[in-house]
Ligand binder design. Structure first.
Ligand code: ADP
Length: 413
């Protein structure tokens, strides 16, 4: 996460004087099956006041760790559940802060949600209906929503969906070429994920370039543990690499990305594996981890490849080639391409991966400037490409800030 540190303006880096009256802030909650990530962002200058993570909830090993300004702290909370963790977190909030709203990350909004919404009973029921499409994520997000409504009964709650930004995809981009009734009756289509990040970096790229987002064609590549890329024109998402689930598209830490679907039947016949076992392999044992046999972590792989580890090098080669191939394919969704934007832990920090990817994008006119790539982009634009070549930028993502902005804008409508 890369929100600016407490009391420091992201725009100017200047210190904010401590105001005497309560400081309005948005609490951001991202709830997993046994964990909750939280962040508190002041609304006046978009400052990160507090951030943290409670994990292994419901077990004797439950812990909470948090960052208060520059200080990192942790405590164990044996047996704490989600509600207990939220109460514990309230104890961490500075006395002069007033939580004016809670913004929740919700993974799947299907076709029901193309925007962020204020939570009410109908919205909760609708998110519940979307759970069939995200059985691992939506129930956990709903548990977070309900817990926060219990702990903050008088505070407005807003849901911000990972899928919402991709709801502008045209039919030709979101339909699979399978029987059309699958879409009509079962909702089988491409939804896309990481929408909050793609939307944030697209608007931040436009700000850095000093051009209105409405005038730009962009390809954004979010490369973290999960990876996806999106084609964005006029601020609207036109296509993206993830699909019905976050398994489709790019090579990821442990996910395969695109495969031939007949591979599943083939492996079932070869190994006698159940569909569940095969899906576990595709979601948890594939990607960088599966190819390298070493790690799902790109830092480890880059170090190992530099030390001569052949399969780490192979995993990197497949990752970068598939990324370049997807970026080229996404250009078909655009009428203009003003910049390719790298973000996420790998996109922001790995000069090596950006350089390898760029090598396979020469036909698109990409040529990185090694010196700018080494420093992860020329300030203030984040440009890593040579002058006169296809513009490539590094733009750190900030999903928490985007959720805070969305929450505030829902409150103000
Ligand atoms: P998440 O998707 O969980 O938010 P991040 O966006 O933090 O993940 O990205 C995690 C990935 O970023 C890991 O593969 C990690 O190795 C990689 N990463 C972070 N820093 C570097 C670096 N300096 N060089 C290469 N990879 C890096």
């Amino acid at each position: 996460m890369s929100v600016s540190p407490s009391n420091t303006s992201p725009a100017t880096g200047s210190r904010e004087p401590a105001p005497a009256d309560p400081r309005p802030a948005i609490l951001i909650i991202n709830c997993g099956s046994s964990s909750v990530k939280f962040a508190l962002i002041g609304t006046r200058r978009e400052t990160l006041i507090l951030s943290g993570l409670a994990e292994r909830l419901g077990s004797p090993e439950a812990t909470m760790s948090w960052k208060d300004g520059e200080a990192k702290k942790a405590k164990s909370l044996p047996g704490a559940d989600l509600i207990a963790a939220l109460h514990e977190m309230i104890g961490l909030l500075p006395g002069n802060v007033q939580v004016v709203a809670v913004g929740h990350r919700v993974v799947h909004g299907a076709e029901a949600f193309s925007h962020s919404v204020r939570i009410d009973a109908e919205v909760l029921a609708s998110i519940e209906r979307c759970s069939a499409l995200a059985p691992l994520h939506n129930p956990a997000n709903l548990a977070g929503l309900r817990a926060a409504m219990t702990v903050f009964p008088d505070t407005p709650q807003v849901a911000v969906f990972d899928t919402a930004f991709h709801q502008t995809l045209p039919q030709r981009a979101y339909l699979y070429a399978v029987p059309y009734e699958w879409y009509q009756t079962d909702g089988v289509r491409r939804y896309g994920f990481h929408g909050t990040s793609h939307r944030y970096v697209a608007s931040e790229a436009a700000r850095r370039l000093g051009q209105p987002l409405e005038s730009l064609g962009l390809i954004t590549a979010h490369l973290g543990n999960g990876c996806s890329a999106a084609a964005i024109e006029g601020g609207r998402c036109m296509d993206t690499t993830m699909g019905l689930s976050p398994l489709e598209g790019l090579v990821m830490g442990t996910r395969s990305g695109d495969i031939d679907p007949s591979l599943q039947e083939f492996m079932a016949a070869r190994r006698g594996w159940s569909l569940e076992r095969i899906m576990r392999a595709l979601n948890r044992e594939s990607g960088l981890l599966g190819l390298s046999g070493l790690s799902n972590d790109m830092r480890t792989l880059v170090e190992a490849a530099e030390g001569g580890h052949a399969r780490a090098q192979l995993a990197i080669d497949v990752f970068a080639y598939r990324l370049a191939k997807s970026i080229s394919a996404l250009s078909a969704a655009l009428t203009r391409l003003d910049a390719i934007v790298f973000t996420g832990g790998i996109g922001e920090n790995s000069k090596f991966i950006r350089a390898r990817t760029a090598e396979s994008l020469q036909v698109l006119g990409v040529a990185l400037d090694p010196a700018l790539n080494d420093v992860h982009g020329e300030p203030p634009s984040g440009r890593v490409s040579q002058t006169g070549t296809r513009l490539c930028l590094v733009v750190p993502t900030n999903e928490e800030l985007m959720i805070a902005r969305e929450t505030l804008s829902v409150l103000n409508t």
